[in-house]
Ligand binder design. Structure first.
Ligand code: ADP
Ligand code: MG
Length: 328
């Protein structure tokens, strides 16, 4: 049996994502078992360790166990998550789906592409109004490719680290080299809108230029996603640095019906009602319609009903329509 000390060291290395330490403690345990005359279990442990080492090499995680948490300098910059979202959970326009499927397909076969001096597309710009699935897309890419998702809120990056943003950006791009993942630069428009404003123009321009330079030089195996609500803020110089620009739009009539049916799949609601609600909800974003569905679902759950009352859904949709009209 492994000693309590060994177990503790093993857990500690796991918690600190220290792959080398993890492997070395595991080997110590194998040696300990061998010394105790338990050759069989020792060789079984050794075999498992070899498999882990092999996986570490293949995933190029630089010796870390496949769980990584930003530490040190990066701790306040990146937030890590491990989504299980699939692309099939998303309602997308055909051309959007095609573009994203292509990203996944190429990425899964990047070794094959590399052999021929070719590269998978992995620098993506997502453009579209709020609530249409840009952030969710980065979850789906991470989920499909089994990569961790690292999110950088551009706005807080710039405001929090005014004056040293470029250095922070450098640290983020550095980490892409050794920790493979999907890196989402969310609220990317922060850069665009601040650039056109009067204050701190110099700093914002420097940040944007650094970002573009790092993006262009990046040769990592990570996927870089920048998401923005404001197409008009972004210029040609920016567009051309990405491998693909994917455009998002508000859901169409049929999308709305699919969204409602998906979101309320575990409840009873008839098809005619779904159609009627989809017509009613025209103009709402995916996010708004999902929230309206959740509200109607909550009423059903709290009243122990398996059926959605169409009036509840209608009411929730109308409130959101009024709100979005008021904004315009
Ligand atoms: N295309 C979509 N398909 C399915 N659900 C969506 C879609 N877009 C948004 N949603 C729902 O709305 C939520 C918020 O969307 P989000 O991805 O944050 O939008 P954005 O980043 O474009 O503002 C998602 O978590 C999901 O529940
Ligand atoms: Mg978003």
């Amino acid at each position: 049996m492994a000693t309590a000390q060994q177990l503790k060291a093993l857990l500690q290395s796991y918690s600190e994502a220290d792959g080398e330490m993890f492997v070395s403690v595991a080997l110590q345990i194998a040696a300990h078992e061998a010394r105790a005359g338990k050759g069989k279990i020792a060789s079984e442990i050794k075999k498992l360790v070899d498999e882990i080492k092999d996986k570490q090499r293949k995933s190029k995680l630089g010796g870390s166990v496949p769980i990584s948490r930003p530490s040190g300098d990066l701790a306040g910059l990146l937030s890590a998550s491990y989504p299980h979202t699939k692309l099939t959970e998303m309602i997308l326009a055909p051309e959007q789906r095609k573009s994203l499927e292509l990203v996944i397909w190429e990425y899964r076969q990047q070794a094959k592409l590399h052999e021929h001096g070719l590269f998978a597309r992995r620098k993506l710009l997502l453009v579209g109004p709020p609530g249409v699935g840009k952030t969710m897309t980065s979850w789906a890419l991470a989920g499909e490719l089994k990569l961790p998702l690292f999110t950088i809120q551009f706005h807080s990056l710039i405001t929090k680290f005014m004056g040293e943003t470029a250095a922070k950006l450098f640290a983020i791009f550095e980490s892409m080299q050794h920790t493979r993942g999907v890196y989402l630069f969310d609220e990317f428009d922060a850069i665009g809108s601040m650039r056109s404003g009067s204050n701190d123009v110099g700093e914002i321009r420097r940040v944007l230029n650094s970002f573009l330079q790092f993006l262009e030089q990046d040769e990592s195996d990570s996927i870089i996603v920048a998401a923005t609500n404001l197409e008009e803020m972004l210029d040609e110089a920016l567009f051309r640095r990405f491998d693909d620009v994917i455009r998002y739009r508000l859901p169409e009539q049929s999308d709305l019906g699919d969204l409602i049916a998906n979101r309320l799949a575990s409840f009873k609601i008839n098809k005619t009602q779904i159609k009627r609600m989809a017509v009613l909800a025209s103009g709402l974003s995916h996010a708004e319609i999902c929230r309206a569905c959740d509200e109607a679902a909550k009423v059903a759950v709290l009243n122990d009903l398996s059926k959605i009352d169409p009036n509840d859904l209608e009411h929730a949709i109308e409130i959101r329509l009024e709100r979005s009209q008021a904004k315009k």
